[in-house]
Design a binder for this molecule. Structure first.
Ligand code: GRF
Length: 208
């Protein structure tokens, strides 16, 4: 049985997609905690309603990034996680934190990495004239929005799209992509060699 801890900062729709997939697909895992750096994160209420321990570690209560990350890491470790999933967690993590959870720490980012790291990915994709956009699930490394790519989902950028319409199209795919990727981790199906991730006996790493 794998223990999964999910970190959020807001709405938490990716977190809820993982909670639902864990139950519906009967993963050999449990979501043992949801942790937010913001007390007003809407996703906390969903977690509590599911009976999942929900914690707030407010970054504003700490004088440095290192101190916040240390408190966050201690809270995570109390749940003995095999997998730590970032799901809209809007904090840059220190190298020490990333190393502590290395190989167990994954993120979903709303672009086709390595394009458009950082914020405002959909607006930037539209402004660049991209014809496709998407989302990436990747292992987290010390460099923001980098790290071995586990899976990607691709959607078209349609004429007339704005940031909102494109974000909604991508998000719908995120809710399929992230459970698929975490399901592979739960079942120990991922191999990483020279920074390239492959799946043993799994579904496609490309979601079209
Ligand atoms: C998602 O688009 C995710 O890819 C990005 O932040 C957003 C979080 O949305 N990292 P939600 O909180 O999961 O609804």
């Amino acid at each position: 049985m794998k223990n999964i801890v999910i970190l959020i900062s807001g709405r938490g729709s990716n977190m809820s997609s993982l909670v639902q997939a864990c139950a519906q697909q009967r993963w050999n895992a449990r979501i043992c905690a949801v942790i937010s750096n913001r007390a007003d994160a809407a996703g906390l209420a969903f977690a509590q309603a599911q009976g999942i321990p929900a914690h707030v570690i407010a970054h504003r209560d700490f004088s440095s990034r290192e101190a916040f990350d240390a408190a966050l890491a201690d809270c995570i470790d109390r749940h003995a996680p095999d997998i730590v999933a970032l799901a809209g967690f809007m904090r840059i993590l220190t190298d020490g934190f990333v190393q502590r959870f290395g190989g167990r720490l994954v993120n979903i980012h709303p672009s086709l990495l390595p394009a458009f790291t950082g914020l405002h990915t959909h607006r930037r994709a539209i402004e660049a004239g991209c014809k496709v956009a998407g989302a990436t699930v990747h292992f987290v490394t010390a460099t923001l929005d980098h790290g071995p790519i586990i899976a990607q989902a691709v959607v078209p950028v349609l004429p007339g799209d704005d940031e909102g319409t494109l974000a909604a199209r991508v998000l719908e795919r995120e809710h399929v992509l992230y459970p698929r990727a975490i399901g592979w981790l739960v079942n120990d199906l991922l191999r990483v060699e020279s920074g390239i991730v492959t799946v043993v006996d799994g579904e496609s790493q490309l979601l079209l």
